[in-house]
Design a binder for this molecule. Sequence first.
Ligand code: G6P
Length: 490
Amino acid sequence: EHVHSAPVAAAPIVMASNRGPVSYTLREDGSLTAGRGGGGLVSGLSSIGRDSGAVWVCAALSDGDRAAARAAGRRLEPGDTGGHQVRMLDVPAATFAAAYNGIANSVLWFVHHMLYQTPLEPSFDAAFREQWAAYWVYNTAFAEAIAEEAAPGAAVLVQDYHLTLVPGLLRALRPDLRIGHFSHTPWAPPDYYRLLPDDVAGQVLRGILGGDRAGFLTERWAEAFAACCENVLSGAEVVREGGTATAVRFEGRTTRLGVHGLGADADFLRERAHQPDVEERMTALREQVGPGRRTIVRVDRTELSKNIVRGLRAYRRLLEERPQWRGKVVHIAFAYPSRQDLAVYRDYTAEVERVAREINSAFGTEGWQPVSLHVKDDFARSLAAYRLADVALVNPIRDGMNLVAKEVPVVSDHGCALVLSREAGAAAELGDDAIIVNPYDVEATARALHEALLMEPGERAERSKRLAAAATALPPARWFTDQLAALLER
Ligand code: G6P
């Protein structure tokens, strides 16, 4: 397959995110194959903005992407990208690695998810300074590309912690644009945020405040951002209406704060979950689980913030403390590879595998394997597990929203009980019908799993229905159009 390039017209809407809707794999014979990009941001957004003349600016993430970006020239052909007009930035590999692995994923992600705990300590040394310089270069490449793509007065939607400097940089290049930034992560409270070196802490906030709007998935993250502005930037003033932070004034400009929850894409999921490949995988999973057994399902990227190891430990405690479940339940855990360039992620993956093996050797019997861990990414299999699940376990340490918590009840065949961390953004919307846990409390999580397994089928189905309704209240298309409308309001 070869890469096509698309004709260029000025775009009324520009989306910008590190990961785009498509990624390319370079085969040994030099040919390229296109696949779908992964992660919450992309799965939430890829269904929208297709016919709006929008251009999606993203980074080349791999050698395959870089080859495709070079072959295409300015924009990739929508036929190759699932219908989007995509401009993929061929940022030099070393700059990209320093900005993405170094700053975005090792520093900003860790701060907002509050993941620094001994021995994962922050170290803001000379290497960090080089990475921080690369983050500037990488953000500048985005700002320049957007400035080139955007029509006069266009709306620009900049996504996530990879691109915090873009709004400020872009404002300097193109004061005519309406610029919004949106955070798909939590935002750290000031005391934790201030782990960052003072200048860096200030530049990230100033970058976002260069835009007209700063959006967040829940009020809690918006409030934390406002508190950080007040705390870190001298002269920043938070505007409050009825106790809620609605804007930040700084250096003569006003950036409005918006809360836009992202819901599950019900139509897409329900349709996709009934395709033959999903049915096939359901048959395979059913066989693996064995007749009459309950299932506890989790689906995550193998990500420290997802708290997979504590989830496995809680399951182990369940089997230890409540022997009635031995042989009667299988924990289906999908932990898909993520950010494997980083040693902490590789170590974490190894630990997940080790703990799963330990449980299987401690409790497994001839006909029963207590944990069924799968690490190879397979969307159809995830959907199959969603449909089968009796219990879904979603226990992140912190999470901007968490779409799995929303997707499971939407596609569940017979209703499923949800054990959900109070630190996931989704808890603000699903709290009434989920069983809420403190993600650090392994004993409480084990009790919650027990309670979820015992839930009467009638109650479970009722709750699951209400969860699905709450989960789909804000479909991705609404998330997009609401934000766009808010951005264009003067
Ligand atoms: C989170 C972030 C996204 C990111 C995704 C996957 O959902 O908010 O911006 O794309 O994780 O992470 P990755 O590093 O693989 O893009």
